[in-house]
Design a protein around this ligand. Structure first.
Ligand SMILES: Nc1ncnc2c1ncn2[C@@H]1O[C@H](COP(=O)(O)OP(=O)(O)OP(=O)(O)O)[C@@H](O)[C@H]1O
Length: 274
């Protein structure tokens, strides 16, 4: 699905039409005793700049493995992963670490903030890890204000609400201006109202700033905020559909359940993975 703002220049248009993330025939198996588990089997996915994609599937279907491949946290057993024009398999360990720090924003269910640091320093962490020397407090303030946490910057994680902690984690993920924002069950530790406010925030980041977001979730009420939904089953993409086809989370949930019950890859999904 195109997410192209008509106010963009022709050059920006062509950038926006390019795939920022391309997964081709990617497989991943993990050794398990004498056998192996095939977590992903020949998965193909092409995500355009500025798209918001939700990856759904039952527990063990391979969602986190797919996200970890895109993040360069693990490497595929077969196939390739290209993010922001870089084939991740061509990078040395050190270059991959730098690429991840600078070009990938990661958000987790459990926030993963450093307890001893206040919100401001948590947000600055990726820049500090990259050897930042200049004062970036203005960038932190601007980002925090956009995310509604500017009044909480001096607080440590244990005095922030879950929603505030996740906003700090999102600010930390954005401080390097990454090419892609990857979120693994970002609302999984939050009550439903706070979870919905985080979904709205992600939607706004996509609409207002052209952020590319790939989000893993079990929840139809989260997936409904995305542009495109990708459904995994047993390590394969069995369906892809636009979320806008569904008026609300309930109707998306009903469609999702039908897909899981049928369970076989549709001809379209097979074609798009080949
Ligand atoms: N490090 C690992 N070592 C061995 N097996 C693994 C490893 N990571 C994942 N797996 C297996 O790969 C399969 C896919 O796991 P993955 O975590 O990607 O699924 P998921 O859809 O994200 O599940 P959940 O929703 O429960 O987090 C599962 O069978 C899992 O047990």
């Amino acid at each position: 699905m195109d997410k192209v703002d008509s106010s963009l220049s022709p050059q920006e248009h062509s950038q926006a039409n390019e795939a920022i993330c391309k997964v081709e025939a990617a497989s991943k198996s993990y050794p398990q005793g004498d056998a192996s588990v095939e977590a992903l089997r020949s998965v193909g996915l092409s995500i355009k700049t500025g798209a918001f994609v939700a990856v759904m599937g039952a527990s063990g279907s391979g969602k986190s493995t797919l996200l970890h491949l895109i993040a360069g946290l693990t490497s595929p057993t077969g196939g390739s992963v290209v993010v922001d024009g870089v084939d991740l398999s061509t990078l040395s360990d050190a270059a991959l670490t730098r690429f991840r720090r600078e070009r990938i924003g990661l958000i987790f269910q459990s926030f993963n903030l450093v307890p001893a640091l206040n919100a401001s320093n948590n947000i600055l962490l990726p820049l500090m890890a990259g050897g930042m020397k200049d004062d970036r407090s203005a960038n932190v303030k601007e980002l925090a204000s956009r995310l509604g946490i500017d009044h909480r910057l001096e607080h440590r994680p244990d005095s922030l609400s879950g929603g505030e902690q996740q906003r700090v984690a999102i600010a930390r993920a954005l401080i390097t201006e990454p090419a892609v924002l990857l979120a693994d069950e970002p609302t999984g530790s939050l009550d439903s109202t706070t979870g919905q406010s985080i979904c709205k925030l992600l939607r706004d980041l996509c609409d207002q700033q052209g952020r590319t977001i790939i989000l893993v979730t079990h929840e139809p009420s989260v997936a409904v905020w995305a542009d495109q939904v990708v459904v995994l089953k047993d390590g394969q993409i069995i369906e892809e559909f636009p979320a806008c086809e569904f008026q609300d989370a309930q109707s998306l949930a009903a469609h999702y359940q039908e897909i899981l019950d049928e369970g076989l890859p549709s001809p379209q999904a097979v074609a798009s993975t080949n």
